[in-house]
Design a protein around this ligand. Structure first.
Ligand SMILES: *Cc1c(COP(=O)(O)O)cnc(C)c1O
Length: 392
């Protein structure tokens, strides 16, 4: 057994981030300023998007995106049930209705076949989530969106850096939302970024991210730093601080290196479990670059004498921290009570939920840490496996 507890996640903050945060604090410019502008420019270039708008969370990014494409009261927005709270709650912020959609069997991305079944006259947009960092089938989703005149807002909280058929995630849908929450592939503590190639959406989101205030009026007629501003809409307070952006600039420089380590560790896990019929490892589609935000294994409960929860407890006793992504939305009290969902309404997500465990996967881990996770999983499987078909 490994010595010392392996956390499920530890952010990789280096001296560079610490230095630039100190410099920013000393500069006197704490809120949105030159660092945010720089971070936006670097991010847009990295993704290959025309616009990047920095905000204070991924949730804010999603909210502004839906607002920009005109989602309003009475509209419906298709959201996977296999996601985090944020993806659906932003629909409710705009008094629209989140319509939950099941995931594909074996892959946890939204199922395009199920999308088609849920489209009505009221459907306005789809929010595909690139679960764990594996891109959704954006060809198929784009085709459905064109046929039904729907907007595509991508939830790319897990998908930096990811590619679908050579195209960077962040350049495909109408608008893409990224998150820099502490556990994400790069972090600013709290933060998010929105990318789009559409000038009108970008302008609207930029204005709405800071109280609906437009400064264009003064930009045209006066020198910088004018006191004059105009409120164009009742907006939000979603701007990023320069302190966060300073971190973000450094983290983005490391993004490819972080990804390379994630990819290597995912490959170690894959090899480490490949001979175990009790464990199903992630399926990666052809023609995609997986961002490896999460490494989610599925237990074959038919072959084990313990439940997923017991498996997690045993891993904890082996000093391994894990998590579960996600408890599908339709199983939560709010969605159950509001829409009367039953677990069987979303059979793929409900079935997956009983079997999934997210293993630690982050650049701060060492190869020995990865091996210790593999050993712990193998030990538990060895102790609790049962011949298929036997009872008890
Ligand atoms: C983390 C996450 C978000 C929200 O990001 P925040 O920056 O925490 O607001 C949205 N969607 C998914 C799938 C996430 O995992």
């Amino acid at each position: 057994m490994r010595k010392g507890f392996l956390q499920f996640h530890v952010p990789d903050i280096g001296e560079e981030e610490i230095q630039v945060v100190l410099e920013t604090l000393r500069s006197g410019w704490l809120t949105t300023g030159p660092k945010v502008k720089q971070f936006e420019e670097n991010f847009a270039k990295y993704i290959g998007a025309r616009h990047a708008i920095a905000v204070n969370s991924g949730t804010a990014a999603l909210h502004l995106a839906l607002d920009a494409v005109g989602v309003k009261e009475g509209d419906e927005v298709l959201v996977p049930t296999m996601t985090f709270a944020a993806t659906a709650e932003v629909v409710l912020y705009l008094k629209a209705k989140p319509v939950l959609v099941d995931c594909q069997p074996g892959i946890f991305n939204i199922d395009p076949k199920e999308i088609e079944k849920k489209i009505t006259k009221k459907t306005k947009a789809i929010i595909p989530v690139h679960f764990a960092g594996e891109p959704c089938d954006m060809d198929r989703i784009g085709e459905i969106a064109r046929q039904h005149n729907l907007k595509v807002i991508e939830d790319a909280a897990h998908a930096l850096p990811a590619k679908f058929k050579g195209r960077m995630i962040g350049t495909i849908g109408d608008i893409t939302a990224f998150s820099f929450y502490a556990t994400k592939n790069i972090t600013t503590g709290e933060g998010g970024m929105i990318t789009t190639d559409n000038d009108d959406y970008a302008e609207k989101m930029r204005i709405m991210s800071l109280h609906g205030i437009s400064k264009d009026a003064w930009k045209r007629y006066t020198a910088e730093g004018s006191w004059y501003y105009e409120i164009q809409y009742p907006g939000y307070k979603y701007n990023m601080t320069d302190i966060a952006a300073a971190m973000g600039i450094q983290q983005l420089r490391k993004c490819d290196r972080f990804w390379e380590i994630r990819r290597q560790y995912a490959a170690l896990y894959h090899d480490g479990f490949s001979d175990l019929p009790e464990i199903t490892t992630p399926v990666v589609q052809n023609n995609v670059q997986h961002a490896w935000h999460l490494y989610v294994i599925q237990l074959d409960l038919e072959r084990l004498r313990i439940t997923r929860n017991e498996f997690i407890e045993l891993l904890k006793k082996e000093n391994i921290g894990t998590s579960v992504h996600f408890i599908p939305l339709h199983l939560h009290p709010y969605y159950r009570n509001t829409y009367g969902f039953k677990p069987s309404d979303f059979p793929n997500a409900t079935g997956a939920y009983e079997r999934i465990i997210s293993l630690p996967l982050y650049p701060r881990m060492t190869e020995d840490d990865v091996q210790s996770v593999i050993e712990a999983v193998r030990k538990i499987v060895g102790q609790y496996s049962k011949p298929i078909g036997s009872s008890g």
